[in-house]
Design a protein around this ligand. Structure first.
Ligand SMILES: NC(=O)c1ccc[n+]([C@@H]2O[C@H](COP(=O)([O-])OP(=O)(O)OC[C@H]3O[C@@H](n4cnc5c(N)ncnc54)[C@H](O)[C@@H]3O)[C@@H](O)[C@H]2O)c1
Length: 279
């Protein structure tokens, strides 16, 4: 390491000069949570809102968004919704405009919206592959592009949290080849945008969930076209904690990454999987 690096006397920051409460306080922050109406997105929306952030839910489903807005505003939280398809550039531009109009800024972006249809490659249509990439990867590009432009213009830095998956690291089951391609891609996008945006004090990190109980998983494991129960059994058998996670397990880690608790982190991926990747 260069001697020059040490020429300036390092500033000594008093340990614990900020209280835990202040570190977690998001009172003056505005967050966008894509797919924030149900499931993992709702877990994240609820934790950020409880920490004081104004949260804009950017979800395809107006019905689920309205229900969540009504539930959370009745608790005194500042939550609104803007119907958004993250794969539409027009929708994403509108989302950014509406969020700034309603709340005055964008400080935190959580890229959570994602789809995971289980289709074998040999049965997959080009349109299936295209759709999965459009939502899970191109959607994140669009929100990151327009939100980071806004964060840079504000000049106060920001936080971007991308919800990847353990499938961004290792495949969890057959039928997820396109999904795994999108999530591996998202992890690459996270790391490179972290390098690029660091000059603007915008920190970009990822959370890689394992199996989490959500409406999306309930749909994938029941009814027509459901995942083979034997594959689900094998998946469950690999989890050392012997249970699926809850959306709040991800919400709590998202709060950590959205707050000053994670002040020296960028380009990291936090695995939250009950130990599944160990086996
Ligand atoms: N549940 C899990 O076990 C698990 C594991 C690893 C990663 N993930 C990831 O977590 C994220 C959320 O998963 P979930 O299980 O909560 O999903 P979910 O299906 O339960 O909820 C997803 C939400 O996203 C919204 N959405 C879907 N497409 C959208 C689009 N184009 N634009 C805007 N909103 C859209 C839906 O309306 C819904 O409200 C996804 O990115 C998923 O890949 C989930």
């Amino acid at each position: 390491m260069s001697i020059l690096f040490f020429r300036k006397k390092p500033e000594i920051v008093k340990p614990m000069s900020i209280s835990n409460n202040d570190l977690l306080n998001l009172n003056d922050k505005t967050a966008i949570v894509t797919g924030g109406a149900v499931g993992i997105g709702l877990g994240i929306t609820a934790r950020l809102a409880e920490a004081g952030a104004s949260v804009m839910i950017a979800d395809l489903s107006e019905e689920d968004s309205n229900k969540t807005v009504s539930d959370l505003t009745s608790k005194g939280y500042k939550v609104k919704a803007c119907k958004t398809d993250v794969s539409s550039e027009t929708d994403v531009k509108n989302l950014v405009e509406q969020t700034v109009k309603e709340f005055g800024s964008i400080d935190i972006l959580v890229n959570n919206a994602g789809i995971y249809p289980n289709i074998l490659v040999s049965k997959m249509l080009f349109s299936d592959f295209d759709k999965i990439l459009a939502v899970n990867l191109e959607g994140v590009f669009l929100t990151t592009k327009y939100c980071s432009e806004q964060m840079i213009a504000q000049g106060k830095g920001g936080k971007i949290i991308n919800i990847t998956s353990i499938d961004a690291i290792h495949p969890s089951m057959m039928g997820l080849a396109a999904y795994d391609a999108s999530k591996h891609g998202l992890w690459g996008f996270t790391k490179n945008s972290a390098i690029e945006l660091a000059q603007h004090q915008i920190w970009v990190n990822a959370i890689a969930p394992g199996g989490i109980n959500t409406p999306g998983v309930a749909k994938a494991t029941a009814g027509a076209g459901k995942i083979d129960p034997k594959m689900m059994e094998a998946f469950m058998a690999k989890i050392p904690m012997h249970k699926m996670g809850d959306p709040d397990d991800i919400g709590k880690v998202a709060l950590f990454l959205a707050s000053d608790m994670s002040s020296y982190m960028t380009g990291s991926q936090v695995v939250v999987d009950g130990g599944a990747l160990l086996s």
